[in-house]
Design a protein around this ligand. Structure first.
Ligand code: ADP
Ligand code: MG
Length: 233
């Protein structure tokens, strides 16, 4: 049997601020296989974003182990972590996080430039990613000239352009009205059907229905795992 793409064992995260300890995560176990679409649900403050930040190598656990592609990510040097983050992780945030004075094209290109990809290959990747999210006709626009839903599609393209092993999305519809939210969710479902591995945080259980399964988190612990039934089956 192939190893999981993502394997967490007893992952714990304690924040210490002004001598007050916050136990954001308390012993999380989790396996995610390549090609799976997993949603993570739970109330505000239960640790969802902390979990996603750890999966995305934006933060480190206080305790426990994280294996990404069977490789322990603890103990890696900062440059090595940055390299893996850049190549293997695609992050989508609630607030899009596009750079306002760069065009759509330049926003999607930037992470590829950081990793030293030659210009011709960058161009191919950027155009491919923009086509995939239906934004090829907006390459020269600035983010401010787009709707929120369009901006989020560009952010998805930016995440995809690096051909990451996994897409991590933290409440990707949180800043969108329901119509644009649905469209972004449909896009993620489409990417999943095309083979993408996706881990998406949502506090809205309606949006979990496209996922293969939902992991329910409460107070820093996994309290339930639920296989989603396909609404079209
Ligand atoms: P969620 O995304 O489910 O709303 P978070 O992961 O953001 O939850 O937060 C989980 C807990 O950890 C909360 O109590 C939050 O206040 C705390 N927390 C998150 N980030 C930090 C931080 N950088 N410093 C201190 N406490 C934090
Ligand atoms: Mg959060």
């Amino acid at each position: 049997m192939p190893e999981s793409l993502i394997k967490l064992e007893g992952v714990t995260k304690v924040f210490l601020t002004d001598e007050v300890e916050t136990h954001a995560l308390s012993g999380i176990h989790m396996n995610i296989d390549q090609g799976e679409y997993v949603s993570i649900a739970g109330p505000s403050g239960c640790g969802k974003s902390t979990l996603l930040s750890i999966l995305g190598l934006l933060d480190t656990p206080t305790d426990g182990t994280y294996l990404l592609n069977s490789r322990p990510v603890q103990g890696l040097s900062l440059p090595e972590r940055a390299r893996i983050r850049n190549r293997e992780i695609g992050f989508i945030f609630q607030s899009f996080n596009l750079i306002g004075d760069l065009t759509v094209y330049e926003n999607v290109e930037l992470p590829l430039t950081y990793r030293g990809m030659p210009a011709a290959e960058r161009k191919e990747r950027v155009l491919e990613a923009l086509e995939k999210v239906g934004m090829g006709h907006r390459a020269k626009h600035l983010p401010s000239q787009l709707s929120g839903g369009q901006q989020q599609r560009v952010a998805v393209a930016r995440a995809l352009a690096g051909h990451p092993a996994v897409l991590l999305a933290d409440e990707p519809t949180g800043n969108l009205d329901s119509k644009n939210g649905e469209a972004v969710m449909d896009l993620l479902a489409e990417l999943h059907q095309g083979g993408a591995t996706i881990v998406m945080v949502t506090h809205d259980s309606r949006f979990a229905r496209n996922a293969d399964r939902t992991i329910h988190v409460f107070d820093g612990r996994v309290v339930q795992e639920q296989v989603e039934t396909d609404p079209t089956a």
